[in-house]
Design a protein around this ligand. Structure first.
Ligand code: ADP
Ligand code: MG
Length: 619
């Protein structure tokens, strides 16, 4: 299963030329760049020896843009021109701001555009532009350290990033002049780092608690192939929330909880973060804020974060269920992200999985290291490598059918990249267009799923209902982007769309959709069979109408014609009034029975026609 190397026209194919490739962990809090040198991957440091680049951007006077530690220092004195946690805004729309607002104390411009823009001294900037600044610094760091141009990078994103967020990440890379080989999920990158080091086989869980996001992935490692069995998490939960919990506590202790002083609030957060990190190594920490002095013990801290940690464990339980696995089938638990340094987190994770988690690769760097290894493979530096990456889609993808039902084409947790084709046909005689409505979700009906896009396949040659062969192809690429195409087989008429939902679902919404589908499973099944029977009734009536239009005058007496119309009318009444699929089914049966003699007569006459060179009609 070696990856094939295909060189672009004009590019050298020299077999031993090493292309400079890097892995980038574009984090909410910190970003890193790593590369493989002499066969081993490591992160690159700046001139001060720091590997972690704080994901903070400061727009200073005279068009100077500072990124990292120096920008972080400006957060207190010049907060409105200092941007942090912009990753939370990637791929989000202005209407998402209310849900994200609490963590983002910026001055947003009132724009017509759906992308939020933050007012700064340098003008209005989007999260994409701000992220590009971080990427530029990392690119320059790599090229300076290694003395060569980067040929391509692998950038990591949280497993729950949807299409819009992944697109935004790619756009940021484009602005920074980076060639992106692939976006991969952060937990998957960590698994690569561990998998290659240990050659472990079996199922593992990756628990990634960073500053702003939580991801859990259940992966199966076998013979160098990583398969993601399930993913889960929360894109609005991380160490920042620990800081907020402490800051809140401190402000209450200092009786400052009602302050509007932005600088004081920011200082409270900085103080909280320092206290939290100190509590990783000690039992008590002294705190000073706005004239208040006190102590925070590890026990109190543990109580403050207990409900947050529990939320992460609930996501772990859900992912295990998605993968149909029991805890004892997990052979290793990998810890990723700075917040997994918190002793209480390690303790609770160990308790949940009933085993000690792996912490031997630096949890801050493990993602960048895995990404660098993947970049090295994709650059073609390791032609014999058999590493193949597989991720999964978080929610099922399907199409709208007659009766407002959803037909799943790719089910949730299917590994990507994937291509699935399904054949559909027309409902009416002479139908020349087919509307394709792409949906995401687990429910049975269109209105309870999320609409991703619609398009129409036109110019279908007029045919009898059910004769057209329309192939709909769903394709999800390695980055998780979906494209849907439809083609009519006899004529080759084609139409397609790329699905880039403008705003993605938050994991809270995904969670809600999953919960709904479980809670409504029974009701959904009932609606489904009701609607199926309604569609079936419509089809029977349409077929009868079409047949009678053609030959009622030659094949039916007036009395027979009235009898058939009466049977049709009884079905029409039941179809539009009954709420029970069984009743409709019985009414369809009754009409078909009443029409039996007519069908037989038509067949005989068709056979006669066929024998004289005509086609057999269907009813
Ligand atoms: P992200 O992936 O969101 O960029 P990181 O993996 O870099 O985040 O983790 C950053 C988080 O880790 C921050 O909330 C930071 O306070 C926390 N952190 C870093 N070191 C420690 C520590 N020693 N103890 C507790 N938390 C820590
Ligand atoms: Mg991270």
């Amino acid at each position: 299963m070696a990856l094939l190397q295909i060189s672009e026209p004009g590019m050298t194919t020299a077999p031993h030329q090493h292309r400079l490739a890097a892995g980038i962990d574009l984090g909410t809090t910190n970003s890193l760049i790593a590369t493989v040198r002499s066969g081993s991957a490591d992160t690159l440091a700046d001139e001060k020896g720091e590997h972690l680049l704080p994901s903070i951007i400061h727009y200073a006077e005279n068009d100077i843009v500072e990124v990292g530690e120096s920008a972080k220092e400006k957060a207190l004195e010049d907060p409105m021109n200092t941007l942090a946690s912009v990753k939370r805004l990637m791929g989000r729309g202005t209407e998402d701001l209310t849900t994200l607002g609490g963590h983002l104390p910026y001055d947003f411009a009132d724009t017509e555009s759906s992308v939020p823009r933050i007012k700064t001294r340098a003008g209005e900037v989007s999260a994409i532009e701000a992220s590009a600044e971080i990427l530029r610094v990392l690119k320059a760091r790599a090229e300076k350290t290694l003395g060569d141009d980067l040929s391509g990078v692998v950038i990591t994103v949280p497993a729950y990033f949807d299409d819009a967020q992944r697109e935004a990440t790619r756009d940021a890379a484009k602005l920074a002049n980076l060639n992106v080989y692939r976006l991969i999920n952060e937990p998957t990158a960590a698994a690569i780092a561990y998998g290659l080091d240990q050659k472990a086989e079996g199922v593992i869980a990756v628990y990634d608690l960073g500053g702003g996001t939580f991801d859990v992935s259940i992966l199966r490692l076998s013979k160098g192939v990583f398969e993601v069995l399930a993913t889960g998490g929360n894109s609005a939960l991380g160490g920042d929330d620990f800081d907020h919990a402490i800051a809140q506590w401190v402000l209450e202790q200092a009786q400052l909880e009602n302050t509007n002083d932005q600088k004081l609030l920011r200082r409270a957060l900085t103080t909280a973060r320092e206290a939290k990190e100190a509590l990783t190594g000690q039992e008590q920490v002294k705190i000073n804020l706005g004239g208040w002095e006190g102590e925070l013990s590890r026990t109190t801290f543990n109580q403050l974060i207990d409900s947050l940690v529990k939320k992460t464990l609930m996501a772990c339980r859900r992912s295990l269920r998605d993968a149909s696995l029991e805890k004892d089938q997990i052979i290793n638990v990998v810890m990723v992200g700075g917040s997994t340094r918190v002793p209480y987190v390690r303790e609770k994770v160990a308790e949940f999985f009933e085993k000690e988690p792996l912490v031997n690769i630096d949890p801050d760097r493990v993602v960048a290291i895995g990404a660098a290894q993947q970049a090295d493979v994709l650059a073609g530096n390791k032609p014999d490598d058999e590493m193949l990456l597989l991720d999964v889609i978080p929610l099922s993808l399907g199409l709208e059918m007659m009766g407002g039902l959803v037909e799943k084409v790719i089910s949730r947790n299917t590994t990507i990249p994937i291509t699935r084709a399904q054949e559909f046909t027309t409902f009416k005689d002479g139908q020349t267009a087919l509307s394709i409505h792409v949906l995401q979700g687990e429910r049975e009906t269109v209105e309870s799923n999320r609409s991703l896009g619609k398009f129409v396949l036109r110019n279908i040659p007029p045919m009898v209902a059910g004769a057209a062969r329309i192939k709909v192809i769903f394709q999800v690429d390695a980055d998780g982007l979906l494209s849907v195409s439809a083609e009519e087989a006899t004529t080759g008429t084609k139409s397609q769309i790329e699905i880039k939902p403008s705003y993605g679902l938050t994991d809270v919404e995904i969670e809600g959709m999953l919960r709904d589908s479980i809670e409504n499973a029974k009701a959904d099944m009932e609606i489904r069979s009701l609607r199926e029977q309604q569609v079936e009734a419509d089809r029977s009536m349409e077929a009868l109408d079409a047949a009678m239009k053609q030959d009622e005058s030659t094949l039916l007496s007036e009395e027979e014609r009235q009898r058939l119309l009466a049977a049709r009318e009884s079905l029409a009444v039941v179809r539009s009034t009954s709420e029970h699929s069984e009743e409709i089914k019985a009414a369809i049966k009754a009409m078909e029975k009443a029409a039996d003699f007519y069908v037989e007569r038509r067949m005989n006459s068709s056979v006669r026609e066929a024998m004289s060179g005509h086609n057999v009609d269907e009813f």
